[in-house]
Design a protein around this ligand. Structure first.
Ligand code: GAL
Ligand code: MG
Length: 1000
């Protein structure tokens, strides 16, 4: 019935019957607020300049926090919400105490839902804008009282709610005050006329969904409730209504224009101070000569004080950061202060593993510290305006921001159904951008506006673009769905393949290419990040991009299996959740802000100091300063060759400049080391530090490693052969090859078993699929390699070698196991593909073995210390490393392949004294984990096993993977992209040889 009604209504575009209800604003796309204060810049007006200077609201007598416990009533269905609960004599004694800020789902009410595309109400009512159902539309009603400060008498009182999802209704002392939508922009209400002396009652109501939610279909946890700051503030009846601070930079001058919207009765003074507190100018229009410009590299801030006086006395004082910079698009490039900067960006959702949408100041500062550590210089506030305090931190720390409006209607698709084409949603498109631009425009860190994300394209966006340009001509405007033809100043596609980026970069299109999302960092990923940066550094028009995304969105919880900490994802809560599984865990850092292994690769390719070898043996190399505004003054370049090292001062290398160095000391050290270590590998490791912080690292191989040849020589060994096995013995090693398995079934050293009983050293072609593997459905496409049947066609002993032929459906394997006189074993794994199998790729080519738990340490010479893969290993340097096997596994939110090391020269698994050493004739790839591959394997479909790293139980063994090669990880996206072809393993003929030597 409802569906028929709705389609009729759409056909006639009449006002639906249900829209006539008293609370219709939550179903009426053209009524999105009532009595809400007009949008204005996010300043706080203090009562005196000294308080404004200190900048702490809590110290102001104009401020009263409304955070803390409120009385609260949750109902599952909106129609059950309490009636007249906002009246003074309503009895709330049966209600509970509930935190503000606080989210329903994280405080015991309702299930957190995670959806990527598609409205999360999918399992309760149908999508049909602006229809919103009442059933399962959780509603929270809030009450609390407060005592009106006596000093506020005669002043106006405003109620500020930083973020209410999805909407907010307010009452004071039983009377309705107003309504607000747009969950990511603060709502302010003037409540003066409802107040009385002494104690007052304030009430709120928040719904899980409203028609505004149609524009809030972002890919993240869909939570409900209040986040950010909640407070009351007082202001004189004559006050500053808005403050627009325009900051520009031209010819070395800072241009400041201050527009104070205030009644004529007020006298306005503006004063600009530099960072040392010297007054550099006064007045509403100022030119600051020889100004220190603002950039992300040099975030120099001036401070503006706007004091408004009445009858000669200051009544309001506002402090505002000022950063002078000029942003423009010229000749197909984005320029900041005339420079074609590189965007080393990330997308950031505002999410905390404990607080959800509530992200503390400490967390924000931590995020910025991590970004700086990883050489990130730009953030897109995907996909909504953040807590206003975030922008202040970015102004000070120096990050370029693409400030995005809270606007995504992904669930409507991009075709004719898009809300971007619907008249009744026009105003909502505008309002959300007004909320973004009008509240945040004074921040120097914002260099670009983004009109929204994944909301199709149509006249509504053209109206938005024109509106933004009518109020702010100082910044470019971008929108991904506008492609390269619609209203967007930047071509900002998402997940563009390398070749598409390159093709575009070669055109003379006027728009620079800066991907709004790229390098989808889901799980064990970002293999092929280098390939993007090779192109970005090559083509002027290709200026970088924003990695999707900064932080995994998991929520902290406890494993039902082990009781250990886990991070949850979509589908972990509720019985029939609308869910997109772990698609919200795409971060370069984990939910608790630990760096994911791929974060190091980000830090490496985003670094700003680059060295080229110009004959290191002669001490010659070149240093390139990739900064655009900062010299390398204060940078120390440390070099290390074995135990020797030196420091070179990099002072005097101007931005974008190169300088050649000739270090006599490096030359001398290298000469000495090379003469003493004629057979050793020799590398030079460079570390560039500024103020003690590592800002860049690079490694150069000066003399290559000499891999052993591993000739399987004849030797006399003790032999024992029965019907079922061949046993060879020499120098304390006993190698037992099963005639039915064709494999080394037992390996004993000095009478100690080195293998778990009944677990042979076996060929291995499979890995626990990564998120990217699942995205490309490789767990299905490669499935022939998971447990291929291996039939032994022959197994015989020749001298000190056992040769076994194995027949697999796709190939034949010839295995040769040679026991040498010194007790070492040489394993040779040769493969011949069968005809017509060419399309079959595999995850790895090598062998695996399982050692008893006592062998729980690794020591290796290869790339480390963090796990690395053939397409993600630049940041992991060749060296000797030690670790516990347990720590070789990286706890991704969802378990998958982990722990690999590339370019391994040798690999030892031991108990600290005894163990096995593995080495090959060429660089190999190895790992050792306390889990079996099958423990980390999610099977054919992720939905079948909702795995978390904290659910894993260590096995009483160490699984060792000795591989000639493992497939790369891929980078472009997690829904179909494969690693680049050079990083794959085609089915071809292979010959892999490695030696196992007992360590005693
Ligand atoms: C983009 C979207 C992001 C996120 C990502 C996949 O299409 O803008 O919000 O969904 O894909 O993780
Ligand atoms: Mg989306």
């Amino acid at each position: 019935m409802r569906n028929i009604l709705i389609s009729l209504l759409i056909a006639s575009s009449a006002v639906p019957a249900w829209a006539g209800k008293q609370d219709a604003e939550w179903r009426n796309p053209e009524k999105n607020q009532e009595n809400r204060e007009a949008r204005r810049a996010n300043f706080f007006a203090f009562e005196s300049e000294s308080l404004a200077r200190a900048g702490e609201k809590a110290k102001s007598s104009c401020y009263l926090s409304m955070e803390g416990m409120w009385r609260f009533r949750f109902v599952k269905n909106h129609q059950e919400a309490p009636q007249r609960f906002y009246e003074i004599d309503f009895d709330d004694s049966q209600w509970e105490d509930f935190p503000v800020p606080g989210l329903f789902e994280l405080n015991g009410h309702g299930d957190p839902i995670y959806k990527n595309i598609g409205y999360s109400w999918a399992t309760t009512f149908d999508t049909n804008p602006p229809y919103i159902g009442e059933t399962e539309n959780y509603t929270g009603s809030y009450r609390r009282t407060f005592v009106l400060p006596e000093s506020w008498a005669g002043q106006q009182v405003l109620f500020h709610v930083g973020s209410a999802t999805s909407n907010l209704k307010v009452w004071v002392n039983g009377r309705y005050v107003g309504y607000s939508e747009d969950s990511k922009v603060a709502a302010e209400f003037n409540i003066t006329k409802y107040l009385k002396k002494g104690r007052n009652l304030i009430a709120m109501q928040v719904m899980r969904w409203c028609d505004g939610s149609y524009l809030e279909d972002q890919d993240f946890w869909r939570l409900t409730g209040i986040a950010r700051e909640v407070y009351l503030y007082a202001r004189p009846s004559d006050h500053v209504k808005d403050l627009v601070v325009t900051q520009d930079y031209a010819n070395g001058n800072g241009l400041l224009s201050v527009d104070v919207q205030a009644p004529k009765s007020l006298e306005v003074e503006a004063r600009l101070e530099d960072a040392e507190g010297n007054v550099v100018g006064t007045g509403l229009q100022q030119t600051v000569p020889q100004v220190k410009a603002w950039t992300a590299e040099t975030p120099y801030l001036y401070t503006l004080f706007v004091n408004v006086k009445k009858n000669g006395r200051v009544v309001q004082s506002i402090r505002q950061h000022v950063g002078f910079r000029h942003v423009e698009i010229k000749d197909g490039q984005l320029l900041v202060n005339g420079q074609p900067i590189l965007i080393k960006g990330v997308d950031r959702h505002e999410l905390d593993p404990d607080g959800g949408y509530i992200v503390s100041m400490e967390r924000m500062r931590q995020d910025i510290r991590i970004m700086k550590q990883l050489n990130i210089n730009a953030v897109r506030t995907s996909h909504y305006p953040d807590d206003p305090r975030w922008y202040e931190l970015c102004d000070s720390a120096g990050l370029y921001l693409v400030a995005e409006a809270n606007l995504e209607s992904h669930g409507m698709g991009y075709g004719e159904g898009t809300l971007a084409k619907r008249k009744d949603f026009r105003q909502m498109h505008l309002e959300r951008n007004q909320g973004n631009v009008l509240t945040l425009r004074n921040h120097p860190s914002i260099i670009i506006w983004s009109m929204g994300n994944e909301a199709g394209y149509g006249p509504n966006f053209e109206a938005v673009y024109d509106w933004i340009k009518s109020v702010d001509t100082s910044r470019p405007v971008q929108y991904e769905q506008a492609g390269n033809w619609g209203k967007t100043d930047i071509f900002c596609p998402m997940y563009f393949y390398y070749r598409d980026c390159e093709k575009y970069a070669q055109t003379d299109n006027p728009r620079p290419l800066i991907q709004c999302e790229y390098a989808h960092a889901m799980g064990n990923s970002m293999g092929g990040f280098k390939e993007y940066w090779d192109l970005i550094r090559k083509y002027p028009k290709y200026q970088g991009g924003f990695i999707w995304d900064f932080v995994d969105q998991g929520l902290r919880d406890k494993s039902k299996v082990t009781g250990k900490e886990i991070f949850t994802y979509g589908g972990d809560y509720g019985r029939y959740p609308a869910s997109d599984n772990n698609f919200n865990c795409n971060g370069i850092i984990a939910p608790d802000r630990r760096l994911n292994p791929h974060a190091y690769e980000v830090g490496y390719y985003y670094q700003n100091v680059w060295i080229t070898d110009q004959d290191l043996k002669d001490g010659k190399f070149e240093v390139y300063n990739e900064h655009f505004f900062k010299s390398l003054d204060g940078c120390q370049l440390e070099w290390k060759v074995k135990k020797h090292g030196g420091v070179i001062d990099l002072a005097g290398i101007a931005p974008q400049q190169r300088k050649t160095f000739e270090s006599a000391e490096l030359k001398l050290v290298l000469a000495r080391v090379l003469s003493h270590h004629a057979d050793d590998e020799v590398v030079v490791n460079f570390t560039c530090k500024q103020d003690g912080q590592v800002v860049s690292r690079q490694q150069f191989v000066v003399q290559s490693y000499k891999f052993p040849e591993l000739k399987a020589q004849q030797a006399s060994v003790v032999k024992e052969e029965t019907k079922s096995y061949i046993k060879l013995m020499a120098a304390g090693t006993t190698m037992t090859v099963g005639k039915w398995s064709g494999m080394i079934d037992y390996l004993d050293v000095d009478g100690q078993p080195m293998l778990i009983d009944r677990q042979s050293i076996s060929p291995e072609f499979w890995r626990a699929p990564t998120d990217n593997d699942y995205g490309a459905r490789l767990q299905q496409k490669f499935s022939a390699w998971k447990h291929p049947q291996m039939k032994v066609t022959s197994c015989s002993v020749v001298d000190n070698s056992v040769i076994a032929n194995l027949d697999l459906p796709m190939a034949t394997l010839t295995m040769t196991y040679t026991l040498m006189a010194d007790g070492s074993v040489i394993v040779r794994q040769q493969m011949e593909p069968k005809a017509d199998q060419k399309e079959t790729w595999m995850f790895r080519y090598g062998m695996q073995l399982q050692m008893p738990k006592q062998y729980d340490r690794v020591e290796y010479y290869g790339r480390g210390p963090h796990e690395n893969y053939c397409d993600r290993n630049s940041s992991e340097f060749i060296g000797r490393y030690k670790n516990k096997v347990a720590d070789e596994y990286f706890p991704y939110v969802r378990p998958q392949e982990s722990g690999n090391h590339t370019d391994v020269r040798w690999f030892i698994v031991s108990d600290g004294q005894r163990g096995l050493k593995f080495e090959s004739t060429a660089p190999m790839e190895c790992s050792a984990l306390p889990y079996l591959t099958e423990d980390l394997d999610g099977g054919v479909s992720k939905d079948a096993h909702h795995m978390h790293s904290g659910d894993l139980v260590e096995r009483p063994l160490t699984q060792v993977h000795i591989q000639q090669r493992q497939m790369g990880l891929g980078c472009v996206n997690s829904w179909g992209a494969w690693p680049e072809e050079v990083y794959r393993i085609p089915l071809e003929a292979y010959d892999f040889q490695f030696r196992i030597t007992p360590v005693r």
